[in-house]
Design a protein around this ligand. Sequence first.
Ligand code: HEM
Length: 294
Amino acid sequence: MDEFERHGIAVVSGRDACARALRSAGLTSDPGGGSPSVLLRDGDDHTRVRAVLREIIAGLEPFPAALQAAIEATVAGLGMSFDLVRDFARPVAGAVTSAVLGVPLDDVFLDHLEATTANLDVFGGADRAGQASAFRLAVQLSRTPAGPGGLTALRKAHAAGRLDEDELVINAVVLAHAVYENSLNFLACAGLELATSGPRTVRELVAAVCPARYVLRFGPDGPVAISLADGLPFGLGRHACPGSGVALAEAEIALTALAKHLGGGCEVRDVRWKTHAVFHGLDSAQVVVSGKAG
Ligand code: HEM
């Protein structure tokens, strides 16, 4: 029995059943309570907020050359011994998140962003530290001067009457979290696969890793957890990931650079996993590169 079933939440698995559930008109993403988050609503309000976010994400399509160069430089500078999460996945995911929002993000911001994962606690959201982190980020972003990019675009959408005040404040954090958390977990897990099992395509890796393991929906009989592990890593239907193109481009660049860096082979030690029920990722993994002069 998995964690969902222990909490009385029905689980849908198997690709066809999951695809049907994700497209079902009888299941909603809205748990009630009127959240302004794009993830937790359906209908016209969802379509309206999602359209604004989609326009922002399109700003990174095609993937900007300067961002590609920054990622490649980060990976090239990894050295002979490094942590896959702290030194590889985190700076890459942080740079992409910063580029999406159009604001610089420091380590304190990224720490709080990682802490908000707990705030997405699907079993009741009692994690006060996670909620405090999300709140802090919302306040911080609302006060941050922004250049061209997502935060400015959100503010313009608000000024134009396309988003209300709550939608502006919350979806800045939701967007940052969507970019960062899934990229972080995917890059670290894919990096581990690369280091231990050899080359695979990014599409194969994202299906194998499946960094967001479940999505929650609500039906007449209560909540349902739909598994994405059977070949649906970006979901499907109304809420399907609008950033999948950016995620794949980012991973292609970072993992190609990592494969080059690991060229002569490597050893991986001290692999530690996160334990979140939805977000599948590494806590840390130490890589020691062999076959290069020290
Ligand atoms: C490997 C990396 C990623 C994975 C596995 C992933 C996965 C997902 C999944 C499964 C959903 C659907 C949630 C649901 O149905 O309730 C989603 C939603 C979303 N993702 Fe991604 N994502 C990734 C990266 C990104 C990136 C890089 C961006 C932005 C550039 C992004 C932006 C979003 C947004 C805004 C949503 C909300 C869409 C909505 O509710 O309509 N994601 N993502």
